[in-house]
Design a protein around this ligand. Structure first.
Ligand code: HEC
Length: 156
């Protein structure tokens, strides 16, 4: 009788732990779904600009004094141009990630080539890299910053 009671107790504990595990894994799953759902259409302002502005523009942005390799990634025209330091290469080739220096530099295993440089202590997550890859595949389209997009005309 005593033995039976004990196994019952064990069983309760197991069920409790099991239920907890299922709950927490569901929870994690939901969190990662909301945070990292690959969008059908990758949007420059919404998905890409925040990443580049956070981890690339410090060295490839508007500030000419801090610009590295003469490369500017915040403006489409400059990003599509032939690279100054790598003739024949382009930072972005719309539709072709494997031909885009940006994609090659963020995915390379070679730490001396890697962007952002390891010395900057900045990294891109696998999801962010996938987003950039898809954005390039879909044409690497820049859009004016939302604050500068004119409102559609109002109809009375
Ligand atoms: C802390 C400064 C710094 C940051 C941040 C940085 N870069 Fe760079 N980048 C450099 C330097 C320095 C070079 C030139 C040396 C080299 O080619 O590795 C360079 C070169 C490049 C080149 C090659 C240019 C050429 O002419 O060949 C590309 C492409 C590039 N970076 C992309 C990026 C991208 C994309 C990001 C953000 C994910 C980024 N970089 C973030 C400093 C930076």
């Amino acid at each position: 009788m005593k033995l039976q009671y004990r196994t019952m107790f064990h069983r309760y504990i197991l069920i409790a732990i099991g239920t907890l595990a299922v709950f927490t894994s569901c929870n994690n799953h939901r969190q990662s779904l909301t945070a990292e759902v690959m969008p059908d259409s990758v949007d420059y302002n919404f998905h890409i600009r925040p990443i580049l502005s956070d981890r690339c523009f410090a060295c490839h942005g508007p500030d000419a004094n801090k610009r590295e390799a003469g490369l500017r990634l915040d403006i489409a025209d400059s990003a599509y141009q032939a690279l100054k330091e790598s003739p024949g290469m382009h930072a972005l080739v719309p539709g072709d990630p494997m031909a885009s220096a940006v994609y090659l530099r963020i995915t390379t295993e070679d730490s001396t080539q890697r962007m952002p440089p390891p010395s900057s202590n900045m990294t891109l997550s696998a999801f962010e890299i996938d987003l950039i890859q898809k954005w390039i595949k879909q044409g690497a389209k820049y859009k004016p910053h939302w604050a500068f997009v004119p409102h559609p005309p109002r109809h009375p």
